[in-house]
Design a binder for this molecule. Sequence first.
Ligand SMILES: Cc1cc2nc3c(=O)[nH]c(=O)nc-3n(C[C@H](O)[C@H](O)[C@H](O)COP(=O)(O)OP(=O)(O)OC[C@H]3O[C@@H](n4cnc5c(N)ncnc54)[C@H](O)[C@@H]3O)c2cc1C
Ligand SMILES: *[C@@H]1O[C@H](CO)[C@@H](O)[C@H](O)[C@H]1NC(C)=O
Ligand SMILES: *[C@@H]1O[C@H](CO)[C@@H](O)[C@H](O)[C@H]1NC(C)=O
Ligand SMILES: *[C@@H]1O[C@H](CO)[C@@H](O)[C@H](O)[C@H]1NC(C)=O
Ligand SMILES: *[C@@H]1O[C@H](CO)[C@@H](O)[C@H](O)[C@H]1NC(C)=O
Ligand SMILES: *[C@@H]1O[C@H](CO)[C@@H](O)[C@H](O)[C@H]1NC(C)=O
Ligand SMILES: *[C@@H]1O[C@H](CO)[C@@H](O)[C@H](O)[C@H]1NC(C)=O
Ligand SMILES: *[C@@H]1O[C@H](CO)[C@@H](O)[C@H](O)[C@H]1NC(C)=O
Length: 484
Amino acid sequence: MPLAKFLLCAVFLTSAGRGHARVLSERVASDITSTCNSISAAMPDPSQVSFPGSSQYTADIAHMYASSSAASACSVEPSSAEDVTAILRILGSTRTPFAVKGGGHATNPGFSSTTGVEIAMSRFKAISINSTAGTVDLGPGLIWDEVYETLGPAGFNVVGGRIPTVGVAGLTLGGGFSFLSNQYGLGVDNVVAFDLVLPNGTATTVTSQDEDLWFGLRVGLNNFGIVTKFTVKLHPLGQIWGGVIGFAPNQIDVVNDALVKYQQKIDLKAALAGSTATGIIMYYDAPTPPDGLFDEFLAIPTNQSDVSTRSFVDMFSLLANGNAPQGFRGYYSGIPVTNYSKAVLDAIDNQTTFWSAKLGALDNTLIFNTAIEPFDSGVFSYGSDSAYPPDRSQAILPTCITMAYSNASLDAVMAQGLREFTDAVQAVAVAEGQNVSQAAPYVNYALFDTPIEIVYGQNLPRLRTIKNAIDPENVMGLAGGWKL
Ligand SMILES: Cc1cc2nc3c(=O)[nH]c(=O)nc-3n(C[C@H](O)[C@H](O)[C@H](O)COP(=O)(O)OP(=O)(O)OC[C@H]3O[C@@H](n4cnc5c(N)ncnc54)[C@H](O)[C@@H]3O)c2cc1C
Ligand SMILES: *[C@@H]1O[C@H](CO)[C@@H](O)[C@H](O)[C@H]1NC(C)=O
Ligand SMILES: *[C@@H]1O[C@H](CO)[C@@H](O)[C@H](O)[C@H]1NC(C)=O
Ligand SMILES: *[C@@H]1O[C@H](CO)[C@@H](O)[C@H](O)[C@H]1NC(C)=O
Ligand SMILES: *[C@@H]1O[C@H](CO)[C@@H](O)[C@H](O)[C@H]1NC(C)=O
Ligand SMILES: *[C@@H]1O[C@H](CO)[C@@H](O)[C@H](O)[C@H]1NC(C)=O
Ligand SMILES: *[C@@H]1O[C@H](CO)[C@@H](O)[C@H](O)[C@H]1NC(C)=O
Ligand SMILES: *[C@@H]1O[C@H](CO)[C@@H](O)[C@H](O)[C@H]1NC(C)=O
């Protein structure tokens, strides 16, 4: 039976996009082709570089959202840190715009795409368990499916993505909310070392010994170089309980009441995410949840239900339709709140109704959904200071509005609707006393127009100082994203 679209966080030109255009004007297309040829000559195998028309190129530039893709001059698939060193030195010395792509799920245009050189990390697929250390080395070309399928049978789990086909690299370098975050923190809080090629091409390993770079790289995304390996903490895994339910029509008030009650029950092994309008994902990190924890949800009439004691991989594979349909355009937007109160949930409901009608009238393929993601108030307490969240003393819930549609002429209109939706809900939270007027939305959900001063908050001056020391030539500024 087909499951409802949950679209859990499961579109043009951004400030990053404009930056791109400016950089690009320094160089004409024929120069970029010659840069591509130089890179090809520097690779052990020249076929690591590919050009428009080849299937390798098509795969290298592909993203979940069509609007997050761009036609690069060429693509390159490095297979070692040495390859990444050679590539970054050529791109830096020729001032060529580029992009770095892990799983290609960035929902902001230009964050992992470019009209210059696309670096696809897809050959970095190594998974290596060190049971003595209790860690696993993960390549930045992996998607979470591959990680869980390898670790699960060995009895291990890691703090990673909740939806199939999302990349290890971007999710981890942008924070990483997981089914396990109430127990162990963000994905990035579980990293013990990063192998990093610095902007000048020097390969290094970054650990908590490297005070500044450790702080900056933890949710600094692509500002400090290219990560070639993550060493992350392993956690034990047995049978889990969980699955999805789709609510029958017109249940939203009951669902909202259940959600308000659920948030008072603190159980760190539990996780919940989904849309109060359509359906939710429930998770418990043991074969059965305690009595009462999810009862209010389980009592709501459903039109689909698949919840049981099962393996983690089985549960995860159920969630594949959290991805947008192939070829759709779209954006995500994160709404920072501290409580899914009745007022906030009602505002989300009202905004969903309002914008679904208004934008759906322009494009009847529109899929519009808001993922509620309640986490424990201690979710930020597991890691030391990092670029994001700028304030670890208060948990900001990473509410995610997801939008998918077809008509490229509507990109600006759709993004504007998402901005107004976001601001309207945030204003309701502020009005009822939630301390979120200056709060940072979750970096990996934030809409591209979010000011960098909000994204990194009080950490911005320190991040800029670190950036200037590590990357005085601003090589990483040739790639798009949340630029310091
Ligand atoms: C369907 C879906 C489900 C999601 N579910 C979750 C979830 O459960 N939890 C959560 O926290 N987030 C979730 N997200 C958000 C997700 O974390 C971001 O979309 C993230 O950017 C995905 O990483 P990626 O590697 O696939 O993306 P990419 O687009 O490949 O990369 C994202 C950013 O990371 C940079 N980057 C990639 N690789 C490297 C590298 N090796 N070195 C330096 N920089 C690099 C890119 O340049 C880009 O700026 C979800 C998103 C989608 C679309
Ligand atoms: C595994 O971790 C231990 C302890 O940190 C370390 O001594 C050892 O070298 C590691 N093994 C491998 C193969 O990296
Ligand atoms: C279940 O109901 C929801 C509305 O709550 C609707 O969007 C969805 O299409 C229905 N699904 C099925 C399988 O009937
Ligand atoms: C969250 O909102 C609900 C009702 O809307 C309220 O009962 C609860 O006390 C609030 N929680 C916090 C921590 O403020
Ligand atoms: C619902 O949203 C619309 C559009 O933002 C707004 O004009 C209206 O006041 C909202 N209604 C309520 C009850 O919040
Ligand atoms: C796409 O949107 C534009 C702008 O609203 C509209 O003119 C055009 O007809 C739409 N195209 C399709 C195929 O609906
Ligand atoms: C309110 O949030 C801001 C960050 O947006 C933070 O700096 C401040 O400490 C918070 N105040 C309280 C009382 O929690
Ligand atoms: C590269 O940058 C790092 C970090 O700033 C620095 O320590 C190193 O000396 C630089 N290497 C070269 C060859 O310039």
